[in-house]
Design a protein around this ligand. Sequence first.
Ligand code: ATP
Length: 461
Amino acid sequence: MNENDLMTQVVALCKRRGFIFPSSEIYGGLANAYEYGPLGVELKRNIKNLWWKTFIHDRIDMLGLDSSIIVHPKTWEASGHINSFSDPLVDCKNCQRRTRADHLIENYYAQKQEPRLVEGLPIEELQKIIEKEQIACPYCGEFQWTPVRKFNLLFETSIGIVPESESKAYLRGETAQGIFLSFKNILDSTRVKLPFGIGQIGKSFRNEITLGNFIFRTLEFEQAEIEYFFDPQNSNWEELFDNWQEAMWQFVTTQLGIGKNNLRWREHTDEERSHYSLRTVDLEYNFPFGFKELWGLAYRTDYDLKQHMEYSGQDLRVTDSSDGRKYIPHVIEPAVGINRLLLMVLLEFLWQDEANDRLVLKLPYQLAPYKAAVFPLLRNKPELVAKAESVFKLVQSAMPTTWDDRGNIGKRYLSQDEIGTPYGVTVDFQTLEDDTVTIRQRDTTKQARVKIDELLAELDA
Ligand code: ATP
């Protein structure tokens, strides 16, 4: 499958089989918004659970949190989001379409086969490049731009219980700030000692205007973010940074099973790195539209806690129990979008099996929405159906399982292959005689007969 075909196939499969639908279709759709259908919600949940298990449950130095989407608006002043959480935009005066200036320039150079990164350059620089290169509007081909200007990504809303003038609030643009707001409460309510991390998964919102690339960039998305707090005098940040880089790599390659050839690290340039960050690297995946950020890792120093101390007037310092020294912890932040992980997984594992003329979603077992499907060979034989129902109940008590009695058995197998179900279990006439069923494996299509007594052990990957 070539790259374009792959993306088209993934989008089509998602719609056809109920993984992901375009949002609000009955009203003509809403750009950059999607719905996760019955299978999409299971796949997403499996990814989140794996992340949570790996980074919270399986570690001794990590705690979880679920903070609010709407928090005190001062939070975003302190964090710098109100002033600088913006993208550079231009509007086309001819066709009225809006474009991100940095993406416009990067696409222009990519088409000339001279890839260049300009994200993070000051808007004056971007303006100069657009003018010098006379970069035309990608939609109408005209060169009639407004000047480049900053467009804030925070969604505004208002809170009803306070006077009008004070009611302005924001939907969070990242989950990380909630972690800083709860830092002191977590420290005071647990017996945790630094270094330790707080992780959470939750929705974030950004007023993104770039279109396309399916769920890669959406208005709302789920982030899984960690703030790892440490004492800069007693911990070596380079070492912690390396450890987190390794943990991210292991998660993507071992837990999610992604091929190393499709991954790379990219160090941020001085221009694009936030002023408070001493080092930022992105783990990038080879999407059909190029290597793009999947997961960011940044050493944010003590910037956020310091800002919140200043804006709130509260002391957020930690006391060193050995000598009473008070200090502001520093943080390292691994931040990933669950939806981007999900898109990567779909692209990585969709496989056109030419030999058997079938489309297979070769998901790792732990990610598959259903682990097994149970079929009665024929649906018009009550004794077969009754037996199959009892097998279904048995398997369902142990793992997410689906049932299918439509069409012939071959079609049912193909239908399960497309949604990634690792095992098909068929109940036939022999089952009624000797209590055995056929297990068919998704990837090899191999079939074997096993006793119902041994079925669960066989299906447990
Ligand atoms: P990008 O440069 O792609 O806009 P970012 O550097 O602004 O991303 P961060 O603020 O570091 O992103 O957010 C952490 C992670 O959240 C990203 O690595 C990405 O996986 C995810 N993410 C960010 N914005 C979006 C979005 N609009 N839709 C889906 N996922 C997103």
